[in-house]
Design a protein around this ligand. Structure first.
Ligand SMILES: [Fe+2]
Ligand SMILES: [Fe+2]
Length: 139
């Protein structure tokens, strides 16, 4: 299932919102390729997703440490779980007979991504605003 990006998913930090939207797009592409039985395409989108997720999490973690965010440990753990889960997907895609499982796994990833954006990243954005950081100054 393709899940469209909604403005209500934006946390108000442009640099992070752009990456969140791109990550959702990449999971949507992965799902579409799986449905078309285009395994190479699915692997390509998923590899790009894993790369972006990794650099994105690094960016957020640097931001959290730089600004002494008090929930850094929980947030980092959530990132680590997300990256570990994403890295298991290529092997599931490669096992092409597990089509139904593939669809469920990618649907779960879409769901988890949106929940992390709204809960973990939303809370981080509130904190950055609270300490007076302007969204346009966050790179
Ligand atoms: Fe995050
Ligand atoms: Fe994020």
């Amino acid at each position: 299932m393709s899940i469209p990006w909604l403005e209500s998913m934006a946390i108000g930090v442009p640099v992070l919102d752009v990456e969140h939207q791109r990550m959702l797009d990449l999971l949507n592409s992965t799902q579409a390729h799986v449905d078309d039985r285009n395994i190479d395409g699915a692997q390509g989108s998923m590899a790009e997703y894993i790369d972006l997720l990794t650099t994105h999490c690094d960016r957020e973690e640097q931001l959290m440490m730089q600004h002494r965010y008090h929930r850094t440990d929980d947030h980092v753990r959530s990132h680590q779980l997300a990256i570990a889960a994403a890295k298991e997907v290529p092997a599931i895609i490669a096992a092409t007979e597990r089509h139904h499982e593939m669809r469920q796994v990618i649907f779960d990833m879409q769901n988890h991504l949106i929940r992390r954006i709204l809960l973990d990243d939303g809370a981080l954005a509130v904190y950055l605003d609270y300490i007076g950081l302007r969204p346009e100054d966050i790179a």
